[in-house]
Design a protein around this ligand. Sequence first.
Ligand code: M6R
Length: 644
Amino acid sequence: MCGIAGYIGYKQAVPILLEALKKLEYRGYDSAGIAVVHNGALHVRKTQGRLSLLEKRLETERLEGEGGGGALQGSTGIGHTRWATHGAPSDRNSHPHCAGKIAVVHNGIIENYRELKGWLEARGAAFQSDTDTEVAAHLINYYYDYYEEVPAAHPDRLAGAVMAAMKRLNGSYALGVVAEDAPDRIVAARKDSPLIVGLGEGEQFLASDVPALLSRTREVYFLEEGEVAALYHNRVALFTGDGEPVTRRSCRIDWDAAAAEKDGYPHFMLKEIHEQPRALADTLGPGLRFVPDTSLSAIGEWDIDVGDVPLERWKDAPRIVIAACGTAWHAALAAKYAFEGFARVPVEADIASEYRYRDPIFDPRDLFIAISQSGETADTLAAARLAKARGASVLAITNTRGSTLAREADFVLHTRAGPEIAVASTKAFTTQLMAVYLAALKLGYARGALQPSDFRRYVAALRDIPEKARRVIRGNGESGGADRINRIKQYADRYFNKTKVFFMGRQCDYATALESALKLKEICYTHSEAFAAGELKHGPIALLDAETLVVTIATQRRLFDKVASNVQEAAARGAANLVITWEGAGERAFEKIATAVFPIPQTEDRLSPLLSVIPGQMFAYYCAVARGNDPDKPRNLAKSVTVE
Ligand code: M6R
């Protein structure tokens, strides 16, 4: 969605806001803007298009001495990078939005904006934009002006006006608010949209997400639902929406600031693909524990440690329900195969936006799992809240400590991908899979569905995954690495212009196919679809022709013959066939029938998505580059979908 930033302190606000917005641009890049308070006035600059355009404009002003001369001054300010919901991307729809003395940046959707607009217009408000946000600015300004009449007014006038406005705003919002006559404060508020306050010495920060704060501070408050924060130079005060003071300890963030930089890679997406071996090892590391002399063996054994998650509690659960969106839903689908295979328990993998509205039948003994990289996806949160309301214990698998999902869930399995900045998810997906496999194996063993020897074999296979992922990306040796990357680039150069690309696979390969197709859609804008390979002949085969590229993921050895038939069927219709399969056995099974085979190091078939998705990620990346697209900022998309 949108990204919001704020700064109050003793330094110039503009460079700090721009630096933070750069880190938040992945949340939206339709327009960008800032407002600083200086000399009793609001100074607003906003521009349609990417942040770089705003930067250029500010630089031109600085050089030409416009706007009162030189750089924009002021050490209190707010900033915004927009993903348009209400009102097309344009200068006037860009944030901040101003009304009277007030400037506001907003992430979310004000659902009752029409009704509020009418109410405000009847009281003389004149609207300048087509956005829902502008009503928040006018409403806060209204209560700021008529402060004395605000019921149960808070002693801080700006905070009180925000609290009064919140009582009338329906929908979701993270708000950053400044007033022209109050340069000594920023007021922030949240409901259903993330907002983080960063704590400094004589300066405080505001941001939608942690990476925007990392270069400035590690001490943060994650604002809770309905909370308001007042940021002053030397302190931050937290309140409930009713003005009651809130006291709690700040959290310390342990992410590395360098993790949010490109580190020499041309794009975050490529960097994040290359980070997967490390991210997988980091997620696996805390999940494994060497236990001397276990029930598994007398000499000791690697066991799975899922921290505080009491998986044994669901030993007898009749069912597991998993809800998620997008890539995380593909992880949920892979999880279905994993939990059913390892733990022999029925699993439903549901799209969160569907689950929340279908009045699901829920047994309180069921285990409910929500998967989300950001932990802020509105539909996933709603699904988790619904399950909780119906008596379920919610287990979250998320990459973001302190996120709403992590805080609301009963138990959390943290993936350790580090910050994922590129809109197209890569390392978050593979680390979600790693967390899923750990949980599924542990539950399988607890239920007696997995024999000790099988458990041991799978754990050993997981331990080898980070190194095998490195080989998928880089090859077997130094020059092998270049060869492997060159091969993917060659495929991309050959096929990037295809207008139809289909992915197919059976069982967990179907989850990989869906995820690979999504990558191509997102960053190449190519019409790509994924099919369960057996479904091909039930309809999609009508679409195949010589213009189609079919990418088959074939890692389920017992189904090689079936998949080979599907590849033949596609070849017979003139489609080019690329097959991602195991080195050795897979190559032998497919090399004669495929246009090209991309081999990956062998592991257990059931764990294959951890490796087999990586060629699809790289293929999509290089196709996007060949098309001249920016893989980090695909059109129309935002990293974190905090609205419905
Ligand atoms: O943060 P979440 O994992 O909840 O996000 C869910 C989806 O919005 C996300 O995976 C989306 O599909 C990505 N752009 C995929 O690359």
